[in-house]
Design a protein around this ligand. Structure first.
Ligand SMILES: *Cc1c(COP(=O)(O)O)cnc(C)c1O
Length: 372
């Protein structure tokens, strides 16, 4: 099997720098909130174009911190997409608030702004839940349509939280993910476009008050002093060692984003006419967290690829509203027809900056042999 995501090839490229950077942390001994964490936050904020960034322990914790900072609580409705990784919805549920789904766009798989408007209207009309926030996901590395989403948010006076876990570095109208929410979140899980060597994440904001709140939550709700706890928080810090790794990866990240474009256009070229290739809007540059295609023949294609030692993956076989863990929300099959159709047909091909041209050609040939 070729690797689905080749992290070893990347490590070979930056091996010397990473080893030195990590060793430096072992030597200086500031394992918690060491100087590398502050430097990383500075560089990430500058990349995203936000005033503040706080590194944290995972994308999941970034989401939880954002929801906690905005005081999301039982009785609140948080509007979001049914087509995402579970953590997006899981953290809303963990706060005790109610996740409310709006269906997705059939081409980008991101939240459909008109469905979002319709859904918020319905919840308001029912009057049972308090509309609190819109949690937007940038799925597979492409930013959502924020101009349209912000218009809906403004119409209802709701803040936007951005789950940019899959799309750090992507742009929408020249601006970077995750700078489109009042709070933006990202993940440094190893398989994400910008990953560390363990779990990691970050939150972004322009708002000083929210930043202070987020910092307090990051460290057990601390106030002006370590033992002056002013709210219920978490221990959600990023390790200094992971920050040191990320600083080395950031050096090659812009080039890797370019390499990802090359891989994606290679795929587009060999797969057009065979399967539904991904749609990237003209306002967007995707960072290609996943290269996902749609086909009625996906099972046969996946089997043929497997026979040729090419792994594939399904993101996401079950849309959120039909997951067992969320049964209590009372959704049924048919409630989110677009997300259900996409979940049933989409699969991902190997995607990383170092995928060779001959592998792409081979994948094209195998898919053609099934489809034609
Ligand atoms: C990966 C992911 C997360 C969670 O990030 P972790 O760092 O693994 O906790 C949240 N949302 C989305 C959309 C993701 O893809």
């Amino acid at each position: 099997m070729i690797p689905f995501i080749d992290l070893k090839k990347q490590y070979r490229r930056i091996e010397k720098d990473v080893d030195l950077a990590v060793k430096k942390v072992f030597e200086h001994g500031q394992y918690i909130l060491g100087p590398e964490v502050a430097e990383l936050e500075k560089q990430l904020a500058s990349m995203a174009g936000t005033r503040y960034c706080l590194a944290c322990s995972s994308g999941t914790d970034a989401l939880l911190m954002a929801l906690m900072a905005m005081n999301v609580k039982p009785g609140d409705a948080v509007f979001t997409t049914p087509f995402t990784f579970f953590a997006t919805v899981e953290m809303v549920a963990l706060t005790g608030a109610t996740p409310v789904f709006a269906d997705i766009d059939p081409d980008t798989y991101n939240l459909d702004p008109s469905k979002l408007r319709e859904t918020i209207r319905k919840v308001k009309a029912k009057g049972k839940l308090n509309p609190k926030a819109i949690l937007v996901v940038d799925i597979f590395g492409q930013s959502a349509d924020y101009e349209a989403i912000h218009a809906v948010a403004k119409e209802f006076g709701l803040p936007v939280i951005e789950d940019g876990a899959q799309a750090m570095g992507a742009t929408y109208k020249g601006r970077r993910v995750p700078s489109f929410g009042l709070i933006g979140c990202t993940s440094f899980f190893p398989a994400k476009p910008l990953g560390c060597y363990g779990d990691g994440g970050a939150v972004f904001t322009d708002d000083k008050e929210l930043y202070d709140k987020l910092f307090s939550i990051l460290v057990h709700g601390r106030g002006s002093d370590k033992y002056d706890n002013v709210c219920i928080g978490l221990n959600a810090r990023l390790d200094t060692v992971q920050a040191a790794v990320l600083l080395q990866k950031l050096k090659i990240f812009p080039e890797e984003i370019e390499l990802r474009q090359k891989v994606a256009s290679g795929y587009n070229r060999v797969l057009k006419d065979l399967v539904k290739t991904p749609s990237v809007c003209k306002d967007c540059v995707s960072v290609w967290a996943q290269y996902c295609v749609c086909s009625d023949r996906f099972e046969a294609i996946q089997a043929a690829l497997r026979e040729n030692d090419i792994p594939t993956a399904r993101y996401y076989p079950i849309p959120m509203h039909l997951l067992k863990a969320l049964n209590y929300l009372g959704y049924q099959k048919g409630d989110m027809p677009v997300a259900e159709k996409v979940s049933g047909h989409v699969f991902a091909l190997p995607m990383h900056p170092y995928l060779e041209g001959d592998v792409i050609e081979k994948i094209g040939k195998v898919v053609r042999s099934v489809v034609k």
